[in-house]
Every structure is written in structure tokens, then in C-alpha cells.
Design a binder for this molecule. Structure first.
Ligand code: NAD
Length: 252
């Protein structure tokens, strides 16, 4: 039997990149998937792709920076499929620049999406996971949650916060059957990397690829595989960890 048959999975930032790859992978493994994001056409296209492959999915529009929308998202997921077993809190935004050029608006934008977005999601997801008799949360951190990097201060700080939230939530619910882990990707070929370095085939892209010991960037599907592992019963003794999916970056 597929690993997620009978399970209901919620994915934020599911309209593109890593979230989309995870939504498709969960659906292939039998889950009913609630795909969430801010962009309705992209979200509906992911749902269509799942359904074409014989899976089940539903789109709910939500901006994770808005608590009322996150609350509604979780309520809609449960209204649609009756329960919640897995939450993949993946929505996030990037930021680059020297510390001397950070604005308060940059800080708020990145922390609202990457930190408050994860915290607010867990606030409403965890009660539903408990109602379902236990479950799993996977948050998208980054290698930027493990080490510093020059000229990425706001993003580095936000992803370090995701690491702290993941560990804390894991400890709060360890005895109640809710596991909380994170994935920590290095550079993955998505829209975000296109915005960050100007694409895989640009000078910036080639330079970034060369910074990985394996000599290349990762693929969204390679992160999705780690997310599914952490969300599955195969990882039932694993909680509070952040799993690097990084081509060896953090081993350096
Ligand atoms: N691509 C990388 O190299 C990389 C590396 C490490 C971590 N990450 C993290 O992976 C996650 C997914 O990013 P990606 O690489 O797939 O890029 P992406 O830009 O394709 O995906 C990010 C998704 O989050 C959504 N999003 C952003 N703000 C939102 C908000 N306020 N409400 C709802 N949705 C929102 C975006 O619309 C998008 O769908 C992010 O958390 C990112 O920080 C990416």
C-alpha cells in the first residue's frame, strides 16, 4: 500500500517549486492533498495535474502572513476531507543584500512569511493533528537555518527561527503523537533560485552550483522525497530534527 493512503496532507506554498513537487509526490503515494498558496490559477493547475494522474487534491487560497487566512485554510482542509494527518509548511520568500541596506519592510516581509507563516500554521494545524490521533509536521528551513552566509542576513535569521520553532513544537507535542521536523535544502532549482541568481545557466547559477560538494544544485523532487520520509511512519522515532538535503553543503 502507498505510504499515505487514507491520509490528508496540507501543503503551503504548494503552487510552485518544492511545495508543488511535494504535493504531487504525496498525491502519488495515496494522500488527499490540500494545495495552498496565494496564486489561484497556479494552485488549480497543480490540482489538475494531481487529478490527471489519478490522485485527489483541492486548492485553498491563503496568504500565510494573515492569521485569519491560515485559520480558514486549516478549517477548509478539515471541512473538505474530514481530518488532517500531515502539514508541510513550506511557503517562504527570499532576501539578499548587505546588512547596511536592510529596511524594516524587508525584515517584516521575510519574517511575516517565513517565521510567522510557519508559527501561525502550526497553531491551527496541531489541534487538528491531535484530533486525528497524531500526525506529522514538516517545516521548510534551509541550510540558511544552519549556517551564516554573507549578504543574506534577514533570510538567515528567519530560517534560524524556523529551526527553533521546529524544535520547540517537537518538544511540546512529543508525548501526544505529533512529530515536528524540518527539511534544510541547499540551492534547489526553483523560481526562487531564478530570482536569487538569475537561473541555473547564468554565471551566478553556475557559481552557486559549484559551491555544493556534489557540483550541482538540487531538484524540487529531491527535497520532496525527504519531506515524504519525515512525514511517513518510517520516521516515527524522528522528531525535532532538520534534515539537510544539500549535496554535502553542511559537511564542508
Ligand atoms: N530554492 C531554494 O534554493 C531553497 C533553498 C532552501 C530553502 N528554500 C525554501 O523552500 C521553500 C519553497 O521555495 P521554492 O524554492 O520552492 O521557491 P518558490 O518561490 O517556487 O516557492 C515559494 C512558494 O511560497 C509561496 N509564498 C510566498 N509567500 C507566501 C505567503 N505569504 N503566503 C502563501 N504562500 C506564499 C510562493 O508563492 C511560492 O509558491 C521556501 O520556504 C524557501 O525559503 C528554498
Amino acid at each position: 500500500m502507498a505510504r499515505f493512503t487514507g491520509k490528508v496532507v496540507l501543503v503551503t506554498g504548494g503552487t510552485s517549486g518544492i511545495g508543488k513537487a511535494a504535493a504531487l509526490a504525496f498525491a502519488r503515494e495515496g494522500a488527499r492533498v490540500v494545495v495552498s498558496g496565494r496564486r489561484e490559477p497556479e494552485g488549480l493547475a497543480v490540482v489538475e495535474e494531481v487529478k490527471k494522474a489519478g490522485g485527489e487534491a483541492h486548492f485553498v487560497r491563503a496568504d500565510v502572513t494573515k492569521e485569519a487566512e491560515v485559520k480558514n485554510l486549516v478549517a477548509q482542509a478539515v471541512a473538505r476531507y474530514g481530518r488532517l494527518d500531515v502539514a508541510f509548511n513550506n511557503a517562504g520568500v527570499e532576501w539578499t543584500g548587505p546588512i547596511t541596506e536592510v529596511t524594516e519592510a524587508d525584515y517584516r516581509k521575510v519574517f511575516d512569511a517565513n517565521v510567522w507563516g510557519v508559527l501561525a500554521a502550526m497553531k491551527y494545524e496541531i489541534p487538528e493533528l491531535l484530533r486525528a490521533g497524531g500526525g506529522a509536521v514538516v517545516n521548510t528551513s534551509s541550510i540558511a537555518g544552519h549556517v551564516g552566509m554573507a549578504n543574506v542576513s534577514v533570510y538567515i535569521a528567519a530560517k534560524h527561527a524556523v529551526e527553533g520553532l521546529t524544535k520547540t513544537a517537537a518538544l511540546e507535542y512529543a508525548k501526544q503523537g505529533v512529530r515536528v521536523n524540518a527539511v534544510a535544502p541547499a540551492a534547489i532549482v526553483t523560481d526562487m533560485i531564478d530570482r536569487f541568481v538569475g537561473g541555473e545557466d547564468s554565471d551566478g547559477g553556475r557559481g552557486l552550483a559549484a559551491m555544493h560538494p556534489v557540483g550541482r544544485m538540487g531538484r524540487p523532487e529531491e527535497v520532496a522525497a525527504a519531506v515524504l520520509y519525515l512525514a511517513s511512519d518510517e520516521a516515527k522515532f524522528t522528531t525535532g530534527v532538520s534534515l539537510p538535503v544539500d549535496g554535502g553543503w553542511l559537511a564542508q
